[in-house]
Design a protein around this ligand. Structure first.
Ligand code: HEM
Length: 353
């Protein structure tokens, strides 16, 4: 178990010795799990590059304008209410709308998709609760099947339009592509909505943070919000070549857990780690991973958070929490279950609970 920033960074950037593909340590991986996330170079390279090219081919300007518009409209609608749940009424619907627009498809029915997505997240803690593994594998398979439907009749535009048209020439296996689109949908929904929720909680509960956000450099501010309260708290690899790390021998087949949230609060790497400093620079957080498997959606996620919190800080300076943020019980992905906030000016008469 690694908690130091330097050790986590070493492992993330050394896929020769620390594998994401557990088959390299002799494990059996069910077919629906083979994706961009679980393959390693050289097999990983073709799908990673196809997705990367697909991400780059999207019209960023149009997407950014849409993010600004959606964030502004949602906030304006919710501002009419005495209070609302930032997670269920803003972060989650916005993330789903954004990621499906990016993929180029209609959003799935949340009543079907959200419980399925949660089952996948629960499975990330299966190292501690093995009973969560099988339902998560089944949920991944159903979501991958759903993604397969997109490929059977691909849209002209969006990421799916691009990868469907280029997969064959890129030499990418159809089922790996389908499973990887499932990863994009899931990451775009779960990680991005958690980023919005965690960041809202920090901005509305840390003294002076919302006001500071107005003048802080945008990208630095979002990076700091990720460092401070990371949506992805833990990552895992398996050792495939005996290695010594920080004086400890790690043997072939040993699982290695990287506590990214702890690394973000490592005083050897970050001065005053418990303080939220929105202009912190440099900020070498590991919230988007590093190395061969570094997040493909990082710049989009930063931009989405920028749209929401720029509009919030600019148009609703009185925004505040009306209840403590309530967290979901998951150890790998950290996020909120509920966070009741109001955008209305303080009248001085109301009692906050
Ligand atoms: C715009 C939404 C997002 C999309 C489309 C997205 C997509 C992806 C994809 C496809 C990968 C796998 C890359 C690979 O294995 O080669 C990935 C990895 C990762 N993403 Fe994202 N992501 C998004 C948002 C986020 C957010 C908000 C966070 C946290 C702040 C995050 C954290 C990570 C991490 C830590 C990894 C590395 C996992 C590993 O090392 O095994 N992602 N992302």
């Amino acid at each position: 178990m690694l908690t130091r920033h330097s050790d986590c960074l070493s492992v993330l950037t050394d896929s020769a010795r620390f594998a994401s593909d557990w088959r390299r340590a002799g494990e059996d991986i069910p077919a629906p799990l083979l994706s961009v996330q679980t393959l390693d170079p050289p097999e990983h390279t073709a799908i990673r590059h196809l997705l990367l090219d697909g991400f780059r081919a999207q019209d960023r300007q149009a997407l950014h304008a849409a993010m600004d518009r959606w964030a502004g409209e949602l906030l304006a609608e919710l501002a009419g209410r005495p209070s609302f749940d930032f997670v269920g009424e803003l972060a989650e619907p916005l993330a789903l709308r954004f990621i499906t627009a990016f993929l180029g498809v209609d959003a799935p029915d949340p009543a079907w998709f959200v419980p399925m997505s949660r089952t996948v997240v629960d499975g990330m803690d299966a190292g501690l609760w093995p009973e969560k593994h099988e339902p998560a594998v089944a949920a991944r398979a159903r979501l991958a099947e759903y993604a397969g439907g997109w490929l059977a009749d691909p849209p002209k535009d969006g990421l799916i339009g691009y990868v469907a048209a280029h997969a064959e020439s890129a030499g990418v296996d159809r089922s790996v592509l389908r499973n990887s689109l499932r990863v994009v949908l899931h990451a775009g929904y779960e990680s991005a909505s958690r980023l919005l929720g965690n960041a809202a909680a920090a901005l509305l509960t840390y003294p002076g943070a919302l006001a500071a956000f107005r003048t802080a450099p945008l990208a630095a501010a979002v990076d700091e919000l990720i460092r401070y309260d990371a949506p992805v708290q833990a990552d895992a690899r398996v050792c495939v070549t005996e290695t010594e790390l920080a004086g400890v021998t790690i043997r072939v087949g040993d699982p290695v857990t990287l506590f990214l949230g702890a690394a973000h609060h490592d005083p050897l790497r970050f001065a005053h780690p418990t303080e939220l400093r929105l202009d912190r620079a440099p900020n070498p957080h590991l919230g988007f991973g590093r190395g061969a498997h570094a997040c493909l959606g990082a710049s989009l996620a930063i931009r989405l958070a920028g749209s929401v919190f720029t509009a919030l800080a600019r148009d609703y300076p009185d925004a505040r929490a009306v209840a403590e943020p309530a967290h979901r019980s998951n150890l790998t992905l950290r996020g909120l279950d509920r966070f009741e906030v109001t955008l209305r000016p303080h009248t001085g008469e109301e009692e906050l609970s």
